[in-house]
Design a protein around this ligand. Structure first.
Ligand code: ATP
Ligand code: MG
Length: 317
């Protein structure tokens, strides 16, 4: 929904945009390498630049766009890329543009072959490589391109764009709902738009609760309950109640742990107890990350609180 069409539609990365505008207007576009996390506007930026560079009817003959669904072996470099770069255009003197989206999926061999193709056709072809992980692009390719890092978007950058979409699509949203979307999408604009759209479609009104429910994230009230059970109930009932809630709402233990961890920082525990609890939670997280059983790790999380409660009791005068 609402993909940016022109460079002006793109928020953020003003410095990158103005640099590219300058290259274009001075007719000095170098080979480009865009990198950064998902949903930060890399693909949108190069497509909008291409739309500015070429008229619609010449677009297909001047721009070759390869993305993840295309093959990424050496054959694609020797085949489509080479033949596109090596044929000269009769219409226009300017250069052609090859966009290699998700270039980090290219094999080493393909990257090496590409480096030679880039060298050979620099006169009439420009390349734009796009990737999430710069380290997966071989140094020889990196050094032939001007690099641009697309960082995660800040809330200040995301909110106006979200508001624009909200207005256009007539979406009913509360300020808390907006805050929840921004928090959950962690700088990924695509994710924020997806959450906005799916919550609005599934629940009509976008609120903090509907956003959290729609994304399968624990609500703040769920987390407050979980902490309350851990601190005040005996082991078995705390464990069973959390398990029941977790199953009912389809929550992931990892999400629960992340939120519980935040709360532990806010609750007023004596320092020694807080430290011991945090270390235990970190251990649970570590084990979860290596793919262990959620049930066993859940009991371990509940046990961590039980152990801490015993400390509190023994410390009391
Ligand atoms: N800077 C931005 N300004 C406006 N919209 C943006 C911006 N970044 C992302 N978006 C929105 O997010 C969607 C995804 O952006 P885009 O495809 O450009 O991201 P990307 O950086 O290429 O991500 P990926 O690494 O996953 O390919 C776009 O359709 C657009 O709606
Ligand atoms: Mg992309």
């Amino acid at each position: 929904m609402n993909a940016p069409q022109t460079l002006d539609d793109l928020i953020s990365h003003k410095d990158i945009l103005s640099t590219i505008q300058k290259f274009i207007s001075e007719d000095k576009l170098p080979h480009l390498l865009f990198y950064g996390p998902p949903g930060t506007g890399k693909t949108s930026t190069i497509l909008a630049s291409a739309r500015q560079l070429y008229k619609e009817k010449e677009f297909n003959s001047m721009v070759l766009e390869l993305n993840a669904s295309d093959d990424r072996g050496i054959d694609v470099v020797r085949g489509p890329i080479l033949s596109f770069a090596s044929t000269r255009t009769i219409f226009k003197k300017g250069f052609k543009l090859v966009i290699l989206d998700e270039a980090d999926a290219m094999t080493q061999d393909a990257q090496n072959a590409l480096r030679r193709v880039i060298e050979k056709f620099t006169e009439n072809t420009r390349f734009c490589l796009i990737c999430n992980y710069l380290s997966k692009i071989i140094p020889a390719l990196q050094s032939r391109c001007t690099r641009f890092r697309f960082g995660p978007l800040s809330p200040d950058q995301m909110i106006p764009r979200l508001e624009h979409v909200i207005q256009q699509e007539n979406i009913d949203i509360t300020p808390d709902g907006m805050k929840a979307i921004v928090t959950l999408s962690t700088g990924d604009m695509r994710r924020s738009l997806n959450i906005l759209q799916s919550t609005s479609m599934a629940y009509g009104k976008v609120t903090e609760d509907t956003v959290y429910t729609c994304t399968g994230h624990p609500l703040r009230s769920d987390i407050a309950n979980i902490l309350d059970w851990c601190l005040n109930k005996d082991f078995t009932s705390a464990y069973n109640q959390i398990l029941e809630l977790k199953t009912l709402k389809g929550l992931a233990l990892h999400d629960i742990l992340t939120e519980v961890h935040l709360l532990v920082h806010r609750v007023d525990f004596p320092p020694a107890i807080r430290i011991s609890l945090l270390i235990k939670l970190a251990d649970v997280e570590h084990r979860l990350a290596s793919g262990t059983s959620e049930k066993i790790q859940l009991s371990s999380m509940v046990a961590a609180f039980q152990a801490v409660r015993e400390l509190v009791v023994s410390e009391a005068p």
